[in-house]
Design a protein around this ligand. Structure first.
Ligand SMILES: Cc1cc2nc3c(=O)[nH]c(=O)nc-3n(C[C@H](O)[C@H](O)[C@H](O)COP(=O)(O)OP(=O)(O)OC[C@H]3O[C@@H](n4cnc5c(N)ncnc54)[C@H](O)[C@@H]3O)c2cc1C
Length: 396
């Protein structure tokens, strides 16, 4: 735990130093090539697994690192600072699958899958979004019908990170069409199950090396014991899990923003115009000062969100508002910081050879996935209004 609310204690600081050294040595040198080819970053995933970063939040009794959400956020920030595409693979695996199973699966499912996920030799994916159900996730149409001791799943998921490359899919499906969000359930589907197939990886603006595909379910039969929690709990599980995932995406945004500041500082000191380094111009200094201030503010929000998430699991007091604030702010900061970093690089910033071009493309997704910036604002406003005793209509 942080020794002061604003300063990390030594154990987190040494974790940050270790992951920074690892990410800069192992991941950063390959980031541009993976972005260019769009090839899934298996080499990076293997390295993350070797160093225990793919099981870091899984309890030690299942072979994981037993670390908290703050430690995970610190690591994700440093991984994203080196390679944002690798960071989303890690966030989905750790938060949206590992944390989900640890929190909601029964003992048998945990004993079977958590050690496998902790070793990182099998990847996880989280399948909520559908072609007609994005921000309105409760509108999913994929169905799961009980037949004896099995469920039969039918439907199409889209935009699934780790789609096709993952071995384990958490799939949200409707078990009771009359019950609205309370009729949604969560299932574990293994790759190789007959009827489970994948679309071609989408070609994306940024995080190009992360695989994003459709996941197609045609009469996919899973044993009834693959139901996570109980029938009707799926939507609650999805929202609670997204709280952890959003801390991760906020940390990813922070890493991208920090990388942009790193590059902008270095470039501003070295690029000369009008006979002096551009860093000597106040206009450039003010940009750097604003970037650094916003990044620091975002970091504090992300750390608070991470600590509050773990507290919410212990106490049941929801932290969705503070988590949405962190995700909203950090992703907006990432977009502004990367845009300013390109500006500071002038024409060179617009070229692929300079990393800031990739960072600006990578930053954009943090405002979209795991809930758009608009959805985060809806969550924040809903809590604010409820706290103020104002009842308003439904929202995300
Ligand atoms: C690269 C990538 C990876 C992804 N990975 C995953 C994954 O692993 N698993 C998964 O399940 N999903 C994943 N997603 C899906 C992602 O979470 C959705 O794209 C996102 O939630 C937005 O849904 P949508 O694209 O359908 O947009 P829409 O919901 O159609 O939104 C379109 C626009 O309308 C706005 N809008 C919608 N409703 C409102 C409202 N009520 N008020 C104001 N504005 C509103 C949105 O903010 C947005 O600007 C991924 C997406 C991408 C692009």
């Amino acid at each position: 735990m942080a020794s002061s609310p604003f300063i990390l204690d030594e154990s987190y600081q040494s974790l940050r130093e270790a992951v920074r050294e690892f990410a800069q040595r192992e991941l950063a040198p390959r980031a541009a090539a993976y972005d260019e080819s769009g090839e899934f970053p298996w080499e990076n995933v293997r390295k993350l697994a070797e160093h225990g970063y793919l099981g870091m939040m899984i309890p030690e009794q299942y072979g994981g690192g037993g670390m908290d959400t703050l430690a995970h956020a610190i690591c994700l920030e440093e991984v994203a600072r080196a390679c944002a595409a690798t960071a989303v693979v890690m966030d989905v695996h750790n938060s949206l699958v590992g944390e989900l199973l640890n929190r909601w699966a029964d003992e048998e499912m945990k004993a079977r899958w958590l050690p496998v996920l902790a070793r990182g030799d099998r990847l996880g994916a989280f399948c909520l979004t559908e072609p007609d159900a994005g921000s309105d996730a409760a509108a999913i149409k994929t169905t799961a019908v009980r037949q004896g001791d099995h469920y039969v799943l039918n439907g199409r998921k889209t935009f699934i990170s780790n789609g096709g490359v993952a071995d384990l899919y958490v799939v949200f499906a409707v078990t009771d069409p009359e019950a609205g969000p309370r009729g949604i359930s969560a299932f574990l589907v293994e790759k190789g199950t007959p009827g489970l197939s994948f679309g071609k990886p989408f070609k994306k603006m940024g995080i190009r090396a992360s695989a994003t595909t459709d996941v197609i379910l045609e009469d996919v039969r899973v044993p009834a014991c693959n139901l996570i929690g109980s029938e009707g709990m799926g939507y609650k599980i999805a929202l609670a899990t997204l709280d952890n995932g959003r801390v991760g995406i906020a940390a990813q945004a922070l890493g991208i923003a920090q990388a942009a500041l790193d590059k902008a500082l270095a470039y501003a000191g070295q690029r000369r115009q009008f006979g002096r380094p551009i860093a000597s111009f106040q206009a450039i200094q003010f940009k750097l000062a604003d970037m650094a201030t916003e990044i620091d503010a975002a970091r504090l929000l992300v750390y608070r969100a991470a600590v509050l998430y773990d507290e919410s699991v212990r106490t049941g007091r929801r932290a969705s508002k503070e988590i949405a604030m962190a995700k909203l702010f950090a992703s907006e900061v990432a977009m502004r910081a990367t845009t300013e970093a390109v500006q500071i690089h002038g024409g060179y910033g617009y070229l692929q050879d300079f990393e800031v071009e990739r960072l600006m493309r990578d930053a954009k997704i943090t405002q979209i996935y795991e809930g758009t910036s608009e959805v985060q604002r809806m969550v924040i406003a809903r809590f604010l209004l409820a706290e103020a005793g104002q009842a308003v209509g439904a929202g995300a």
